[in-house]
Ligand binder design. Sequence first.
Ligand code: HDE
Length: 705
Amino acid sequence: MSEPNNEQSKNQSLEQYRQEPGEYLTTNQGVRVNNTNDSLKAGERGPSLLEDFHFLEKMSHFDRERIPERVVHARGSGAHGYFQVYESMAEYSKAKFLQDPSVKTPVFARLSTVGGSRGSADTVRDVRGFSVKFYTEEGNYDFVGNNIPVFFIQDAIKFPDIVHAIKPEPDNEMPQAATAHDNFWDFISLMPESMHMIMWILSDRTLPRSYRMMQGFGVHTFRFVNEQGKARFVKFHWKPLLGVHSFVWDEAQKLSGKDPDFHRRDLWQAIEMGDYPEYELGVQIIEEEDEFKFDFDILDSTKIIPEELVPVKPIGKMVLNRNPDNFFAETEQVTFHPARIVPGIDFSNDPLLQGRLFSYLDSQHHRLGSGNLANIPINQPVCPVHNNQQDGVMQTNIKTGKTNYFPNSLGGGCPMMAPGNMGAFVHYSEKVQGHKIRERSESFKDHFSQATLFWNSLSKVEKEHLVQAAHFELGKVESKEVRERMVDLFNHVDFELAKLIAVGIGVDSPAKEVTPNHGRKSPALSIENQAKKSAKSRRVAILASDGFNYSQLMEMKEALKNATAQAEIISKFKGTIRSANGQEIEVDKTFLTAASVMYDAIYVPGGKQSVDKLLMEGDAVHFINEAFKHCKTIAAIGEGVELLKKSEIKGVMLNESQSKTPLTADNGIVTSYKASDILPVAQEFIQAIAQHRHWKREAKEMVPA
Ligand code: HDE
């Protein structure tokens, strides 16, 4: 018998699939359906019939598929995982999930942008949301933080204003997911309290390389309360074990087009490949009697507590190790709410936090359309829930019993109220007293000292990036008065900074210094001090074509794999390419489907025929130029070096004599003409990738890309 051809075997497997027991298509009522490709019609060419209940059900369900997106943080990505405390925190908090290092508390994390709508690009300049739901045995605890430790405003009542100002302008709905427009900067120029946050917004913190490489902060001061009822103030910090790393702006902008899902894909792929993102939870603990010992108010969310004053104590680790099964059911329907806390954690009187305690659930009732949102599996606690709440839209629990009120005798008095010492949440009995006033505390009035502290703490390169960001953002602002007001505010942060910004945005430099710079620094604020040097999970593009040198390519691939970096072969067409010796390898992406901005590093193996082809390929040369401009690591061996010499980096990296002295890793360019150097080249390449970027690369501005 002859072998079945492709078409036949495809039909056979389709047939088999159709017959799989239990997999028959049904309506939502469970009635089997035998055709979902044609609607029910009166005759072959006749009109459709109203009795086609399958069509009506399918279409009307589809018509209702969308729910309102989150009013902020609409775009996000989720992952499951667990949290484990390093050692018992009993001294500080009685929270059960913080007691036993052997217990893994399940978590669901959602990482998000803030301003853009649900379909907006991932790599825009924006704060990132950092939410974690801990499914503890005492109920759900929601951590709802950001990747920036301060906020724009001091009082929640200003939140609708700041969000309106950030979002697309109301008349023309532009721009999407961007702060570079008049309304935003108009608002900021009239809100000096936002200046500390603005410094962070303009810094590289708003361009994270990956969700796996950013910090998370609780922002507000909270409380820890121990079994004895002793309370202390606490600030929460997440630190990524891969370190903090960022894009450059040009790269982030290009990625918004080349791969708008870059962060979502990066997180998803890392988890699929077993590179589980890990973050350490740390706390700054402040004794109650030290509440007033700082020169700022710890209830003011526009202030950090510098780590030099109160060190961050690492207390546990979160590992994200499972992707959701269904985006909508989990990542879209999950709800985070700062008011969801467990015994052992409590609020402070931060007016920004107090307002959030109302807003989230209110917003979620609107978004999910029901008070029964805790019945959705992703929102359900893992511990039992008993109360007399009843009915409502989509009540999925079938509550049994006759009594739904308290007190009752007919239902045996159940559910009973737990006494405080039996795991019940008892609010910290802080004494409060005061007049009803609609005013801002005097202790909230310094808006600039910490903005200056942030500026002073940045490295030279970070400062350059911040000034460029201001040139971009304010360069898009049409109103000159707004730009002038901003320069005036920057002058309150630092005179030099104001001058550097003014020069790029068509505004006169300020004539004189307003406040002398206090000169203080906090090293932890610089990304460079939060970076970790590792090539782990970094993405490397290998450029090759037919006739490539097999061992130079494969040995590098192997070395990268051993360093747990991810290499992909890029060529002109998909399919396979053949080496000079005839071995075939699969191409992962093409010059059309890939771009240098999707990778951390580039490698060009030798093979004369391969390199000759790449030399004729403008896209291959562009790959090198662009990677160079973005300060990425580039390596080449054998004839591969020729491709680098054809690119715009030739003047900066190589002259004939240098290329004969192999292996210069200066500036992240690693080359050798000698094929036998492959292992040392690989070694230096991997070390250079671990540096993330080579910021000090000279003359990168001169490279057109
Ligand atoms: Fe939010 N914020 N926020 N926010 N926020 C929401 O809640 C709000 C603030 C943060 O992945 C909304 O369910 C007010 C600070 C994250 O689902 C809404 C104020 C911080 C997320 C809301 C703030 C955050 C939200 C929109 C001023 C860092 C996404 C949808 C007081 C500490 C959570 C929703 C997720 C979402 C209100 C300020 C973080 C409207 C009123 C400060 C990570 O309720």
